[in-house]
Design a protein around this ligand. Structure first.
Ligand SMILES: *Cc1c(COP(=O)(O)O)cnc(C)c1O
Length: 395
């Protein structure tokens, strides 16, 4: 199988698996237990926390372990909302292209009386920091803007937005799930106060993530119970997963530069190949783009059929985010960058990893060309477009 759906999830690295194994049957104590079995586990936990903190440029105390990106996003936003509420500030700023973990949390808060401003992005998915600045009011308690988009791969000007927020005394959260392990992250250089990441997006295990919260920002619990995670996230720690995440993040960060360079070269090869398909368009920014992301819309086809036929050819691809696939709604991200419904339905996301090879890319280019041609030949919409009965949207 040629796996090109690394934005949905990644294969675990050998390093991450090896780091987990001792914590299943050797060091299996509860880190909260006082006996030596517990203390051995507590040591592992502390060690993982420090190593992850080192990767992000923060202190171990600023790291909270969660069940993944979704929980981190929920807790970050809820915490900032609670702090804002105490000061009578009930306005939150975000964007139209966030992950649903952010958008649905904001919707809930809206129902609870918060005002939410969702900023527009430009045609490549970029957010203009000046729009953020202009949207901030006396009532704003939080700005949350993703580091890099999971569908179209656009990398946002996080540092600039963070600086604006800092200048105005507004908390800034970023969903860095797609960035972690692929782009350098230094929370201080980036001016972020809260940051989410998820291990399974960088070759770590599923069901584990991190919420970074700058010193002095009290978190609000989503889960009540024991005093784990300084009382902010109850429940016995998933130590094997935490160890796997620490190893995966360290590994990814150690070879980040060279990996990004190699993957970006393959990405560009894939983009060049798929650009030869007529009436197709690249989604996302050409320059500010995740090294492993390729996303196209092809007019006159339907994304689902494309995916099934590619699967038959041994290629695992996606039409966008895993959360929207299976529903008939076109991607909110593609709509936000101005794709109309018909075009947004014909989307294809291919996301690469360290393991992707040039042969796989070349095979994929051929397969996509063939399948798009095949589907178009069968499509009545395509016939109308070709005969001039209907006008092309993508020239
Ligand atoms: C995958 C993803 C999430 C959700 O992370 P989980 O660990 O699967 O809950 C959130 N935000 C972005 C941008 C993602 O890509």
């Amino acid at each position: 199988m040629i796996y090109l759906d690394n934005a949905a999830t990644t294969k675990m690295s050998k390093t991450a698996i090896d780091a987990m194994l001792p914590y299943f049957d050797g060091i299996y104590g509860n880190p909260s237990s006082l006996h030596s079995a517990g203390q051995a586990a507590a040591e592992g936990l502390q060690n993982a926390r420090e190593r992850i903190a080192a990767c992000l440029g923060c202190t171990a105390k600023e790291i909270t372990f969660t069940s993944g990106g979704s929980e981190s996003d929920n807790q970050a936003i809820r915490s900032a909302a609670k702090l804002g509420e105490r000061k009578g500030k009930r306005h939150i700023i975000s964007t139209k292209i966030e992950h649903h973990a952010v958008l649905h949390t904001l919707k809930k808060l809206e129902n609870e009386g918060f005002a939410v401003t969702l900023l527009d992005v430009d045609e490549s998915g970029l957010i203009d920091p000046r729009l953020v600045e202009a949207a901030i009011t006396e009532d704003t308690c939080l700005v949350t803007v993703m580091f890099a988009n999971n569908e179209i791969g656009t990398i946002e000007p996080i540092k600039e937005i963070g600086a604006i927020c800092r200048g105005k005394g507004v908390l800034f959260h970023t969903d860095a799930v797609q960035a972690a392990g692929h782009l350098p992250i230094d929370v201080n250089a980036l001016n972020v106060d809260l940051l989410s990441l998820s291990a399974h997006k960088f070759h770590g295990p599923k069901g584990i993530g991190v919420l970074y919260a700058r010193k002095g920002i009290p978190l609000t619990n989503l889960i009540e119970g024991g005093a784990q995670e300084r009382g902010k996230r109850a429940g016995t720690e998933n130590l094997p997963a935490i160890m796997g995440m620490a190893a995966a993040l360290e590994e990814a960060c150690a070879s980040l530069g060279e990996n990004a360079k190699r993957i970006a070269a393959l990405r560009d090869r894939l983009i060049a190949g798929l650009s030869e398909i007529p009436h197709g368009i690249l989604n996302g920014d050409r320059e500010h783009r995740l090294p492993g992301n390729v996303n196209f819309c092809f007019e006159g086809i339907e994304g689902e059929s494309l995916l099934l036929l590619l699967d038959d050819k041994g290629i695992a691809a996606s039409s966008g985010s895993a959360c929207t696939s299976g529903s008939l709604d076109p991607s909110h991200v593609l709509l936000a960058i101005g794709r109309v419904h018909d075009v947004a339905h014909g989307s294809l996301r291919l996301t690469l990893s360290e393991e992707t090879t040039e042969e796989e890319i070349d095979y994929t280019i051929g397969a996509v060309k063939e399948v798009v041609g095949y589907l178009r030949n069968m499509s009545p919409v395509w016939r109308d477009l070709m005969s001039g009965k209907r006008e092309f949207i993508i020239k």
